[in-house]
Design a protein around this ligand. Structure first.
Ligand code: MCN
Length: 815
């Protein structure tokens, strides 16, 4: 057994916040005692399997499930036709006419992407259910499909959802300052067409659901691993026509989410319908192939960007036209069509900005939030164009950034789109990263290497890692938007024996919330984190929650701490009154130290927590007259968020962390292969609750982004078939593919969030910029500009070949 948290802490430490204590949840996770969705087994449980579309776009002409229904061991079969009768289309947050889209949990009369569920089967075993799928006869009329967002907007493009009438989901223009004036006064306008590729997160645990309708009570219990289960309630309750007050959501340990598990509600609905029809509990566990073809992908986006600059490198503005491909259904979209604007100017001071943003449906897997959701595409574009501009101006990319960064003395800084950056020192972060990687030394090495015919490239990327989403931004999309702000709940209780228990609404997927919550609460009562028990897992019948609860948008450290501090404050107020009453003092003199209520002016005079709790729960006659018994407090915390103004300006998130990544690579021009020589990250997430967790998050996000930059890509062929639909083709990096990552931190407290904390969990997708810029830098002697966010050897080699068709694959001389 590992040492206890108390043994690990330095004896002189006063506060647990800021201490790198080991995670409380890890012993159960690393000894195989975690409780994941596939561990849920209910008596009489059936297993589900789904028949999925083999076509990108086709009409279902005929469907015959009779053989499957008769297959031994099959209990029930569900078709789209039945679903359309039993349920209502899922809620849409798109503006008109995209909000007319009829999204059901099974395809009704058409399929819209390869992998869309068409028929669901529940059987005694998964194998039987899968066998039965082979007995289903479907006749399809194949329709024209469209796989490219720009082509999908052309008048001759096939319309994916006839009820919508076009493939356009949203078009909006964000226009600030005077971009045309900036263009006119520029020394140069740098232009590029850039493409951000489609990839996803691949959590170790795929999606899963177990649904059970208890006919005796009428309760529908949904075990799942959705990372925002209570946010799904309107979709499920309206969709299934089932009262929300008889739905219960239970999540256990979740093996990673990264945003991809937010949009599992169509599958949850489907499994619920099967359970209702079969009158038995039903389990569905997504397999890896299903996950890759039909869970959710990250947003693919292309940009036409123009940047007016001065000769000295001053960026005057940015003019962008963006086309975002959201796949075949909108679901959480078009939220991604506004969320990028949390970080409109990135880390830079320019005020003139124009964005024309189109979000478009195509016959590909629907997208959903994916670590760095919507901002990483935008930030990659900014970091790439800054390097292109620096190259064209003959300025070092580090100097170009240092010239344009928002300065610490400008904080809090209001961005053109109304974001209020809550502190930070971007220049210090870059300087620190450059020092760590030995930038000057590397540049020298690079020059020597080039002379010897070797290619070394150095890439920098500094991104804003915004956290704690303000749902009010969805009002940009539609006035009918039913969400705004953000809120989180926590309950803290002291039981009759003086023991503290905490319950959170945050539904973690591996982020370590039991640990950080116990650190925060321990500090409030002068206890150790060992003495604070945080309930593992989430149960809507037990845990407090808001309908925005969940782990997403790097919000839980900030929101969870706000809720915990609110609850402990309420609890301490009541405990102080009881203690003062018992000690014959006034409540304002009571403070909590080492498990005692102590009289501040006379520390010898104290009473242990258990005696206060004893009075509150079982020795009620000791309580002040009229006081309600018990020691439990629930608090709902929210930042003061607002709605957008008429120019769509609003503070779209509460905290704005940032990270600088610098990568040094060596590239072989004969093969296009490259390896990372050195990799450095400097992060600033404000005050850190647990530096060990923060470091883990920084490493995780860096590895995630490096994987996306170098390996992971969803390739669709011309027929709309996903070519990278297994781990043989969709390359997730393993430990040997990820370089040693040198990390360092800066801690500038958030000006607005509780205890100066900022979020850290997403990381901003910075590796994509650092790696693209490093590859571009390595290829400089070839005069090649990298315009795609994915760098793979074949494509790099092809770029070199295109430029030097007759084998100019050695480094051109004289450079
Ligand atoms: N933390 C801290 N000090 C800070 C900020 C955070 O100690 N100043 C700690 C927190 O206490 C928490 C962790 O870092 O334990 C992450 O906190 P936060 O940034 O608030 O993010 P959330 O907990 O809300 O988690 C969501 C975030 C997101 S958006 C993605 S995507 C992501 C990420 O978390 N998915 C993850 N990290 C992940 N890590 C794991 N293991 N699995 C995922 O699915």
């Amino acid at each position: 057994m590992s040492a206890t948290i108390t043994e690990l802490i330095k004896p002189e430490a006063k506060l647990w916040m800021g201490q790198p204590i080991k995670r409380k949840e890890d012993p159960r996770l690393i000894t195989g005692m975690g409780r994941f969705i596939d561990d849920v087994k209910l008596s009489g449980m059936l297993y589900a399997a789904f028949l999925r579309s083999p076509y990108a776009h086709a009409r279902i002409k005929k469907l015959d499930v009779s053989k499957a229904e008769r297959h031994p061991g099959v209990v029930c079969v569900l078709t789209g036709e039945e679903v359309a009768k039993l349920t209502d289309p899922f809620l849409q947050i798109s503006p008109h006419p995209a909000n007319k889209l009829k999204d059901y949990c099974l395809a009704v009369d058409k399929v819209h992407f390869v992998g869309e569920p068409v028929v669901a089967v529940a059987a005694e075993t998964r194998a039987i259910a899968e066998d039965a799928l082979e007995l289903i006869e479907v006749e399809y009329e194949v329709l024209d499909h469209v796989l490219d967002a720009r082509k999908a907007l052309q008048s001759d493009a096939p319309v994916i959802h006839e009820e919508v009438g076009s493939n356009l989901v949203f078009h909006g223009t964000w226009d600030y300052g005077d971009i045309e004036g900036a263009m006119n006064s520029a020394d140069k306008v740098v232009k590029a067409s850039l493409h951000f590729h489609r990839f996803s997160s691949t959590p170790i645990e795929t999606n899963g659901v177990v649904a059970h309708l208890d006919r005796s009570t009428g309760f529908l219990t949904i075990y799942c691993n959705n990372q925002m289960p209570m946010f799904c309630v309107p979709w499920l309750s309206f969709g299934l026509r089932f009262p929300s007050n008889r739905m219960r959501f239970i999540t256990g340990d979740i093996g990673g989410g990264f945003g991809v598990k937010i949009i599992s509600y169509p599958y949850i609905a489907l499994v619920c319908l099967l359970a209702m029809k079969a009158k038995r509990p039903v389990k569905w566990i997504e397999d890896r192939k299903e996950h890759l073809i039909a869970a959710t992908h990250g947003n693919e986006r292309s940009f036409d960007v123009e940047v007016p600059v001065k000769k000295d490198g001053t960026i005057l503005g940015m003019k962008v036209v963006a086309y975002d491909d959201c796949g075949a259904y909108t679901r959480y979209e078009p939220a991604g069509a506004t969320i990028w604007a949390q970080v409109t100017p990135g880390c830079y001071r320019f005020k003139n900005f124009r964005m024309d943003f189109y979000q478009v449906m195509t016959n590909k897997c629907p997208v959903g939030p994916n670590r760095g959701y919507s901002r990483m595409q935008h930030l990659w574009m900014i970091e790439r164009i800054i390097d292109i501009a620096a190259k064209e101006l003959g300025i070092d990319p580090a100097d170009m950034r240092l010239k344009n960064y928002i300065a610490p003395e400008e904080m809090p800084y209001v961005t053109p789109s109304g974001g209020v950056y809550d502190g930070g020192n971007y220049a210090e972060s870059l300087r620190k990263a450059l020092k760590l990687i030995d930038y000057d030394g590397l540049r020298e090495e690079q020059a020597i290497a080039r002379r010897r015919g070797k290619l070394i490239g150095i890439g920098i990327s500094t991104v804003i890692d915004s956290g704690t989403n303000n749902f009010g931004q969805v009002k940009i999309l539609t006035d009918a938007n039913p969400f705004s702000g953000n809120s989180e709940a926590a309950r803290v209780s002291i039981d009759g024996l003086g023991q503290i228990q905490v319950a959170l609404g945050t539904v973690p997927q591996g982020q370590g919330h039991e640990t950080f919550a116990s650190q925060i609460v321990a500090d409030e009562f002068g206890l150790t984190p060992d003495q604070v028990t945080v309930l593992p897992w989430f149960d809507s019948a037990v845990n407090p929650y808001s309908h925005q609860s969940g782990s997403y948008a790097s919000r839980s450290a900030v929101m969870g701490t706000g809720a915990l501090l609110g609850a402990t404050k309420k609890l301490k107020e009541k405990a102080s009154i009881i203690a003062a009453h018992l000690l014959g003092e006034t409540p304002d003199l009571i403070e909590f130290r080492e498990g005692n209520a102590v009289v501040r002016t006379n520390p010898e005079k104290k009473i242990p927590l258990w005696q206060i709790a004893n009075a509150a729960w079982v020795n009620n006659a000791l309580l002040p007259k009229g006081m309600e018994p018990g020691l439990v407090a629930i608090h709902f915390w929210r930042p003061d968020f607002t709605f957008p103004d008429e120019k769509w300006r609003l503070n779209q998130t509460l905290t704005y962390s940032y990270q600088t990544h610098v990568a040094a690579i060596e590239l072989d021009p004969d093969t296009g292969k490259f390896r990372i020589l050195r990799y450095v990250v400097v992060d600033d997430c404000g005050r850190q609750i647990n530096p060990m967790i923060v470091e883990g998050q920084v490493h995780g996000a860096a590895a995630h982004g490096i994987g996306a930059a170098m390996f992971e890509n969803f390739y669709y062929d011309a027929n709309g078939q996903l070519e990278s639909s297994t781990f043989v083709d969709y390359l997730v990096p393993s430990a040997v593919d990820i370089p040693d990552i040198m990390t360092s931190s800066i801690e500038t407290p958030s000006l607005f969030a509780p205890k100066g904390i900022r979020g850290v969990g997403e990381g901003g997708g910075s590796p994509l910029g650092a790696i693209s810029n490093a590859v571009d830098d390595a290829l400089r002697p070839f005069g090649i500009t990298i315009t795609d966010s994915h760098q793979n050897p074949q494509e790099i080699h092809a770029l070199i070949r295109r430029k030097y068709p007759r084998g100019g694959h050695s480094v051109p001389s004289g450079l």
